[in-house]
Design a protein around this ligand. Structure first.
Ligand code: SF4
Ligand code: SF4
Length: 134
Protein backbone atom coordinates (compact mmCIF):
# COMPACT_ATOMS: atom_id res chain seq x y z
CA UNK A 1 0.00 0.00 0.00
CA UNK A 2 1.53 3.31 -1.06
CA UNK A 3 1.47 6.08 1.49
CA UNK A 4 -0.68 9.13 1.05
CA UNK A 5 2.23 11.49 0.94
CA UNK A 6 3.59 10.01 -2.32
CA UNK A 7 0.09 9.72 -3.77
CA UNK A 8 -0.32 13.49 -3.32
CA UNK A 9 2.23 13.93 -6.10
CA UNK A 10 0.62 11.56 -8.58
CA UNK A 11 -0.08 14.32 -11.14
CA UNK A 12 3.48 15.64 -10.88
CA UNK A 13 4.93 12.14 -11.22
CA UNK A 14 2.90 11.46 -14.38
CA UNK A 15 3.67 14.92 -15.78
CA UNK A 16 7.39 14.28 -16.05
CA UNK A 17 7.99 14.24 -19.79
CA UNK A 18 11.45 12.69 -19.36
CA UNK A 19 13.10 15.53 -21.27
CA UNK A 20 16.21 15.17 -19.13
CA UNK A 21 16.90 18.86 -18.59
CA UNK A 22 17.36 18.06 -14.92
CA UNK A 23 20.01 15.41 -15.45
CA UNK A 24 23.37 16.97 -16.21
CA UNK A 25 23.26 19.53 -13.40
CA UNK A 26 22.46 17.09 -10.62
CA UNK A 27 25.55 16.98 -8.40
CA UNK A 28 24.85 13.34 -7.54
CA UNK A 29 24.59 12.31 -11.18
CA UNK A 30 27.95 13.96 -11.75
CA UNK A 31 29.35 11.77 -9.00
CA UNK A 32 27.65 8.43 -9.76
CA UNK A 33 26.81 8.69 -13.47
CA UNK A 34 23.86 6.28 -13.27
CA UNK A 35 20.43 7.05 -14.73
CA UNK A 36 18.79 6.51 -11.37
CA UNK A 37 20.94 9.20 -9.71
CA UNK A 38 19.13 12.28 -10.96
CA UNK A 39 15.64 13.75 -10.68
CA UNK A 40 14.29 11.99 -13.77
CA UNK A 41 15.51 8.62 -12.53
CA UNK A 42 14.13 9.19 -9.05
CA UNK A 43 10.76 10.23 -10.44
CA UNK A 44 10.68 7.01 -12.45
CA UNK A 45 11.41 5.14 -9.23
CA UNK A 46 8.55 7.05 -7.56
CA UNK A 47 6.27 6.02 -10.40
CA UNK A 48 7.30 2.39 -10.02
CA UNK A 49 6.62 2.56 -6.27
CA UNK A 50 3.29 4.33 -6.83
CA UNK A 51 2.18 1.61 -9.23
CA UNK A 52 3.67 -1.17 -7.09
CA UNK A 53 5.66 -2.36 -10.08
CA UNK A 54 9.12 -1.94 -8.66
CA UNK A 55 10.96 -4.47 -6.55
CA UNK A 56 12.76 -2.39 -3.97
CA UNK A 57 16.41 -3.00 -3.17
CA UNK A 58 19.27 -1.43 -1.23
CA UNK A 59 20.61 -0.07 -4.51
CA UNK A 60 17.34 1.77 -5.24
CA UNK A 61 17.24 3.09 -1.68
CA UNK A 62 20.78 4.40 -2.05
CA UNK A 63 19.86 6.18 -5.30
CA UNK A 64 16.93 7.86 -3.62
CA UNK A 65 18.59 8.72 -0.31
CA UNK A 66 21.72 10.07 -2.01
CA UNK A 67 19.63 13.01 -3.27
CA UNK A 68 20.59 16.05 -1.21
CA UNK A 69 17.25 17.77 -1.99
CA UNK A 70 19.23 20.79 -3.15
CA UNK A 71 16.27 21.85 -5.34
CA UNK A 72 18.39 22.57 -8.41
CA UNK A 73 16.40 20.16 -10.60
CA UNK A 74 13.19 21.94 -9.63
CA UNK A 75 14.65 25.24 -10.80
CA UNK A 76 15.64 23.68 -14.14
CA UNK A 77 12.48 21.71 -14.86
CA UNK A 78 10.51 23.36 -17.70
CA UNK A 79 7.31 21.67 -16.49
CA UNK A 80 7.68 23.00 -12.96
CA UNK A 81 7.45 19.52 -11.49
CA UNK A 82 7.99 19.50 -7.74
CA UNK A 83 10.90 17.12 -8.05
CA UNK A 84 12.33 17.65 -4.57
CA UNK A 85 8.96 17.22 -2.88
CA UNK A 86 8.43 13.97 -4.78
CA UNK A 87 11.84 12.71 -3.70
CA UNK A 88 11.12 13.65 -0.07
CA UNK A 89 7.84 11.73 -0.22
CA UNK A 90 9.66 8.82 -1.83
CA UNK A 91 12.24 8.78 0.97
CA UNK A 92 9.37 8.74 3.44
CA UNK A 93 7.76 5.79 1.65
CA UNK A 94 11.02 3.82 1.47
CA UNK A 95 11.62 4.45 5.19
CA UNK A 96 8.17 3.09 5.94
CA UNK A 97 9.13 -0.04 4.06
CA UNK A 98 12.34 -0.38 6.09
CA UNK A 99 14.65 0.88 3.38
CA UNK A 100 16.65 3.53 5.17
CA UNK A 101 20.36 4.16 5.02
CA UNK A 102 22.29 3.75 8.26
CA UNK A 103 23.52 7.33 7.84
CA UNK A 104 19.93 8.63 7.64
CA UNK A 105 18.97 6.74 10.78
CA UNK A 106 22.04 8.11 12.54
CA UNK A 107 21.14 11.69 11.56
CA UNK A 108 17.56 11.18 12.74
CA UNK A 109 18.76 9.85 16.09
CA UNK A 110 21.14 12.82 16.43
CA UNK A 111 18.31 15.27 15.82
CA UNK A 112 16.05 13.51 18.32
CA UNK A 113 18.77 13.33 20.97
CA UNK A 114 20.68 16.59 20.58
CA UNK A 115 18.52 18.72 18.27
CA UNK A 116 21.09 18.85 15.46
CA UNK A 117 22.13 16.45 12.64
CA UNK A 118 25.76 16.21 13.80
CA UNK A 119 25.05 14.84 17.26
CA UNK A 120 26.91 17.70 18.90
CA UNK A 121 25.89 18.14 22.55
CA UNK A 122 23.19 20.74 23.16
CA UNK A 123 25.44 22.32 25.77
CA UNK A 124 27.91 23.32 23.00
CA UNK A 125 25.38 25.07 20.78
CA UNK A 126 26.77 28.55 21.51
CA UNK A 127 30.42 27.57 21.11
CA UNK A 128 30.71 29.02 17.59
CA UNK A 129 30.00 32.55 18.88
CA UNK A 130 33.12 34.67 19.22
CA UNK A 131 34.06 35.48 22.81
CA UNK A 132 33.70 39.25 22.23
CA UNK A 133 30.12 38.73 21.00
CA UNK A 134 29.00 36.75 24.04
S1 SF4 B 1 13.36 18.38 -16.30
FE1 SF4 B 1 11.35 17.98 -15.35
S2 SF4 B 1 10.09 17.07 -16.98
FE2 SF4 B 1 12.23 16.94 -17.65
S3 SF4 B 1 12.91 14.87 -16.97
FE3 SF4 B 1 13.46 16.34 -15.35
S4 SF4 B 1 11.73 16.29 -13.91
FE4 SF4 B 1 11.01 15.36 -15.85
S1 SF4 C 1 17.38 17.83 -5.56
FE1 SF4 C 1 18.33 15.78 -5.73
S2 SF4 C 1 17.85 15.12 -7.83
FE2 SF4 C 1 17.53 17.35 -7.75
S3 SF4 C 1 19.49 18.26 -8.44
FE3 SF4 C 1 19.53 18.15 -6.18
S4 SF4 C 1 20.56 16.20 -5.70
FE4 SF4 C 1 19.87 16.11 -7.88
Amino acid sequence: MTNERLREYTDDIYSCMRCGFCIAQCPLYENYGWASNNARGRILIARGVLENKLKLSDYIAESVFSCTTCDYCYLLCPSGIHTTDIIRALKCELSKRDYSLDSSIRILENIRREGNPYGEPKSKRGSWIRDEDK
